[in-house]
Design a binder for this molecule. Structure first.
Ligand code: ADP
Ligand code: ZN
Length: 744
């Protein structure tokens, strides 16, 4: 009997087997979508394999097979299978994560085959237009209605949205006039470029610098050789890495091959997307979370069929079904947002290398501060390093100086964290009409509220963290992990003393303090409390238009923004990033410092950076001071080697959480004992230990760390623990994190 193994978009460890009726045999091929029964439901799955064999008991039939050509290209399907296997994740979960357009198309939609039918205009967005009708105008009309009618009659037809923008009641008016046949509403396909808000202005490529030329030549040679290859493009901030990517993409397109570009957070870098569109116009599919399901679906089909060749997006764009893939670019490859931290915990950078390799394509990892993982790849010969050692437009690197907070007093604000030198530097910058960025890693007003009588911190009832005081909205305490909110109490909950005091400095307070100190300055803030989605773009646009003098913000200000009038960058508290309980803390702090410093002096005026710290001798700070990325990598790789940490070893983290503390700890202990009993020599099993964030959303968290430089042995141990975990009940949740990034 002809059988098919089918992955279903449900959390299931393995594929299910179905019988293939002869009528569907031709269309049931790996990568094709099929409709199958599952219990009382009908669901859409993806065929993994087709084979002749003995049917399992009570095998059921594939009901429909709508795809003429497989929806998932073979190359992508192989990647998904490999990803599931590497991260020990259920194939159903992986498919669900990678193929959101499929999820939508459950049985209901399948009843309408046109949904799949590209030829019949699937995915083309419909826009409602209003046209003049044959009927005459009603006797009595409001002023707005007559104006609207006149407008439509004058121009023949107008998009409804345009009318709605002019008259708030347009939709009601149109409906009423349409009933009287004075107007008519028709659906028209939106033009392709409606994916974007506006037409991109094209630009011409600049003359490349010699290092850019060399880098492009190397990548082009690899593309031409059609053999898999990985590059690590290490270019200082402002060295013009994007220009190198654009040239590489040009070449891939000329070869008729598709391209995937991964960027950290697309909402944070609207300017960047603009640069791709400026070069390739509407041949760019921008995959972001604001797409409607229909738009997403349309892009999916256009990429799949090769009508669009460049897909750009955050982490999940890794799964774009680009046809004849030839090039994968990971911009800011060191960024931790490439690691998915829930559900299927995959690393998009690692999988990007794999995907490019499988497609016999080229992978380019770019950064000013390469991750130790990528540096290690280059040193061990698995990636070729390309360098852009200077800024593209010959600007000098900014001058970086530390301010030792142990010996430096406060400026006129009296707040030590706006030290006198920082205050003076701000004054000078403002006096010259230039711009400053102040980076502070804590949002809110005060990161902690402490009772000055008994010393206790106000903490979240659900999580083991202190609550942050936010002054906006009349003053509120908020947990940054679970969003729990409470009013600031009058008395300490523990001892009853009316002695609660706000502690520490957050961006909200920094903004307020600066506004008092510099009343004439225009100050804006960029953090998650004030800016999401489009609002981020607006704030950055204002900075670019020089409507802002000082920009205060969290990590959001450190991303690759190109803001030419920023000449001063202040790091308010460099130590915050260094104190995290994580072996990557030093690396992250270094990257953050170099990246934020890179925002300074990108225009014609030289920039300077002031780093406030209590620990000026820390290597993350001393190397950043000298822009010595190579020195830092060498130093940090040495430390990791000594401690046996990645990238010189591999880690698997077993995460266990549950509502009951004792039970959760007990389960973790059982798993740890099992891991120890099966672990081969060279596999180190540590734990059970409480996670650094011991309680989250009311659940207790424990973990086991397994470490080894023998990849295969570590994998065998991880598989054994994963099997053992399946015997545990549902009271605790067990997750396996292969190559963890976040240790919290
Ligand atoms: P990076 O991504 O390496 O930080 P960018 O790609 O943002 O650098 O480039 C920095 C600036 O230099 C941008 O304004 C870019 O337009 C400009 N630029 C890049 N390459 C060249 C070049 N060859 N000639 C002139 N300007 C360039
Ligand atoms: Zn909480």
């Amino acid at each position: 009997m002809l059988l098919a193994d089918i992955a279903l978009p449900i959390p299931l460890g393995r594929a299910l087997t179905y019988a293939v009726p002869a009528a569907h045999a031709a269309r049931v091929v790996p990568g094709a979508r099929v409709l199958v029964p599952l219990g009382a439901r009908r669901v859409v799955g993806v065929v993994l394999d087709k084979r002749e064999g003995e049917p399992p008991e009570k095998v059921r039939d594939v009901l429909r097979a709508p795809d003429e050509a497989p929806a998932v290209p073979a190359e992508l399907l192989d990647l998904l299978r490999e990803l599931a296997s590497y991260y020990l994740a259920p194939i159903g979960d992986v498919l669900r994560l990678a193929l959101p357009p499929l999820e939508r198309e459950l049985a209901k939609d399948l009843a309408q085959p046109t949904l799949f039918d590209e030829a019949r205009g699937v995915g083309a967005r419909k826009v409602q237009w209003v046209e003049a009708g044959e009927g005459s105008a009603p006797e009595k009309m409001s002023a707005a209605a007559s104006a609207l009618l006149a407008r439509v009659r004058a121009s023949g037809s107008v998009p409804l949205a345009k009318l709605a923008a002019q008259w708030p009641s347009a939709r009601t008016i149109v409906k009423r006039l349409a009933e009287a046949s004075a107007l008519r509403v028709v659906d028209r396909a939106a033009p392709e470029r409606a994916y974007f808000r506006d037409e991109a202005e094209r630009d011409a490529p600049p003359e490349l610098t010699q290092p850019q030329r060399d880098a492009v030549d190397a990548i082009v040679a690899a593309l031409d050789a059609q053999a898999p290859k990985t590059f690590l493009l290490h270019g200082v901030t402002g060295s013009g890495k994007t220009e190198v990517y654009l040239h590489a993409i040009d070449r891939a397109r000329a070869q008729g091959r598709g391209v995937v570009v991964l960027v950290p957070e697309i909402a944070l870098t609207p300017q960047l997307v603009g640069r791709y569109r400026a070069r390739f116009g509407d041949d760019v599919a921008v995959l972001h979370s604001h797409l409607t399901p229909k738009e997403r679906h349309g892009m999916w089909h256009k990429l799949r069929s090769g009508k669009l060749t460049v897909a750009i997006g955050a982490r999940s764009a890794l799964f774009a079904p680009v046809a004849s893939l030839g090039l994968v670019i990971v911009d800011e490859e060191h960024d931790s947002s490439f690691k998915q931290e829930e559900g299927v915990r995959y690393h998009a950078r690692d999988m990007a290398i794999l995907r490019a390799h499988r497609a016999r394509g080229v992978c380019v990892l770019g950064s000013a501060t390469p991750s130790l993982e990528s540096e290690h790849l280059a040193r061990s010969g698995r990636a070729e390093k390309l360098r852009l050692p200077a800024r593209a437009r010959a600007q000098a690197m900014p001058q970086v100086r530390t301010i030792d907070l142990r010996s430096t007093g406060p400026g006129p604000t009296g707040d030590k964290r706006i030290s006198l030198p920082l205050h003076r530097a701000l004054e000078e910058t403002l006096a010259r009409g230039e711009q400053a960025i102040l980076f502070l890693n804590r949002r809110g007003f005060s990161p902690a509220v402490r009772c000055e009588s008994c010393g206790k911190l106000e903490s979240c009832p659900q999580c083991s963290v202190a609550l942050t005081f936010h002054k906006a909205r009349g003053g509120i305490l908020r947990c940054h992990y679970c969003e729990h909110e409470a009013f600031l109490p009058a008395k300490c909950g523990a001892c009853g003393a009316p002695a609660l005091a706000l502690e520490g400095l957050g961006t909200e307070k920094l903004e307020e303090t600066l506004q008092t100190a510099f009343p004439a300055a225009r100050i804006a803030r960029l953090d998650r409390d004030v800016a999401t989605g489009r609002a981020i773009e607006k704030i950055l646009d204002r900075v670019r238009a020089r409507e802002v003098d000082i920009l205060v913000g969290t990590q959001m200000v450190t991303k690759g923004h190109d803001l030419p009038h920023v000449t001063l960058v202040g790091v308010v508290n460099a130590d915050a990033a260094l104190s995290l309980p994580d072996f990557r803390a030093t690396e992250r702090a270094f990257q953050l410092l170099v990246q934020v410093a890179g925002r300074a002096g990108r225009g014609d005026t030289a920039g300077r950076v002031l780093v406030q710290t209590y620990d000026p001798e820390h290597p993350a700070i001393t190397y950043a001071l000298r822009h010595d990325v190579d020195g830092f990598l060498e130093h940090e790789l040495g430390d990791r080697r000594q401690l046996g940490y990645p990238p010189l070893s591999r880690v698997v983290l077993v995460r266990v959480d549950g509502a009951d503390e004792t039970r959760t700890r007990e389960t973790t202990r059982v798993l740890a004992d099992h891991a120890r009993s099966i672990a081969e020599r060279g596999v180190l099993v540590l734990g059970p230990a409480p996670a650094p964030l011991a309680r989250l959303r009311g659940r207790w968290r424990f973990r086991i760390m397994m470490r080894s430089d023998d990849r295969a042995a570590l994998r065998r141990a991880a598989i054994a623990v994963s099997r053992r975990a399946q015997q545990e009940g549902r009271a605790v949740r067990i997750g396996i994190d292969v190559d963890p990034v976040q240790l919290l």
